[in-house]
Design a protein around this ligand. Structure first.
Ligand code: UDP
Length: 234
C-alpha cells in the first residue's frame, strides 16, 4: 500500500451521474463500493464532497443574490451530499462519521481536528461537510485544508477525466495527458487542477495531488496500491 492516510475529494457533480441535477443513487452506490475496496486495505480515509450538483454561491450571485448568502447555501448543499454519501457508505458496511464545519448538532458532529484524527485511527471514514465553513472558498480549498490538518499523504481528486491534460481534453482532441507535473509547471502553463487558493495551500505544504477518473471502477484502489494512474502533481 503506497498511501496510508488519504483525502478523497469528490465534486458534487460527480454524484449526478447522467442527470442534470441532484443525486444519482446508482452512482452513490458505485462510489461506496470503490471506497470500501480501499478501506478494506486499511487505508485511513477522509472525504470532502462538493455541492455544485445542488447549489453554487457564485451562480446565485449572477442571479442577483448576495454572494455570502449564496455561499452558505452552497455549504448546506455539501451537507445534503455528505449525508447521502454517509448513508450509502453505511449500507455498504462502512463505519463513518460526518463532521460539519458549520454546527448542525442533530445531524453531524462539529468539526474538531483531533476528533477527526481519532476517528481515522479507529478505522472510520470521516466525511468533512460544509466546506471550510467560510464563504468565498470552495470545497477544493476545504479538501486541501483538511488534508493538511489530518496529515494526509495525498489528495485524490476524483473527476470525470483521467488526469491533467495540456488542453481541455473534452474540447481539444490534440490534448495530451501528463503522468506527472510539478506545482511550478501547473502555474506556468496555466493548468486547471484546483482553484488557486486550494492549489497554493497544497504547494506550500508539500502535499501531492493525484487527479484521476472516479468513474474508472478500480482506479482508486490501484492508486492506493501504488500504480501510476491519473496525473500526479508534486
Ligand atoms: N462553499 C463555500 N465555502 C466553502 C466551500 C463551499 O462558500 O468552504 C460554497 C460555494 O458557494 C460553492 C458551493 O459551496 O460554490 C459548493 O461547493 P463547490 O462549488 O466547491 O462544489 P463542487 O464544485 O466541488 O461540486
Amino acid at each position: 500500500m503506497k498511501y496510508k492516510r488519504v483525502l478523497l475529494k469528490l465534486s458534487g457533480e460527480s454524484l449526478m451521474g447522467d442527470n442534470q441535477f441532484g443525486i444519482d443513487n446508482t452512482k452513490l452506490k458505485e462510489y461506496a463500493l470503490q471506497i470500501r475496496s480501499i478501506t478494506e486495505l486499511g487505508v485511513e480515509l477522509g472525504i470532502v464532497i462538493g455541492g455544485g450538483n445542488i447549489f453554487r454561491g457564485v451562480q446565485a450571485e449572477e442571479g442577483g443574490m448576495d454572494r455570502t448568502h449564496g455561499d452558505y447555501m452552497g455549504m448546506l448543499a455539501t451537507m445534503i451530499n455528505a449525508m447521502a454519501l454517509q448513508s450509502a457508505l453505511e449500507s455498504t458496511g462502512i463505519d463513518s462519521r460526518l463532521l460539519s464545519a458549520i454546527e448542525m448538532k442533530e445531524i453531524a458532529e462539529p468539526y474538531v481536528r483531533r476528533r477527526a484524527v481519532r476517528h481515522l485511527e479507529k478505522g472510520r471514514v470521516v466525511i468533512f461537510g460544509a466546506g471550510t465553513g467560510n464563504p468565498y472558498f470552495t470545497t477544493d480549498s476545504a479538501a486541501s485544508l483538511r488534508a493538511i490538518e489530518i496529515n494526509a499523504d495525498v489528495i485524490l481528486k476524483g473527476t470525470r477525466v483521467d488526469g491533467i491534460y495540456t488542453q481541455d481534453p473534452e474540447k481539444d482532441p490534440k490534448a495530451e495527458k501528463y503522468d506527472t507535473v510539478s506545482f511550478d509547471d501547473v502555474y506556468s502553463n496555466g493548468l486547471n487542477v484546483m482553484d488557486m487558493t486550494a492549489f497554493t495551500l497544497c504547494k506550500e505544504n508539500d502535499l501531492p495531488i493525484i487527479v484521476f477518473n472516479i468513474n474508472n471502477k478500480d482506479d482508486l484502489k490501484r492508486i492506493i496500491l501504488g500504480e501510476s494512474i491519473g496525473t500526479l502533481v508534486e
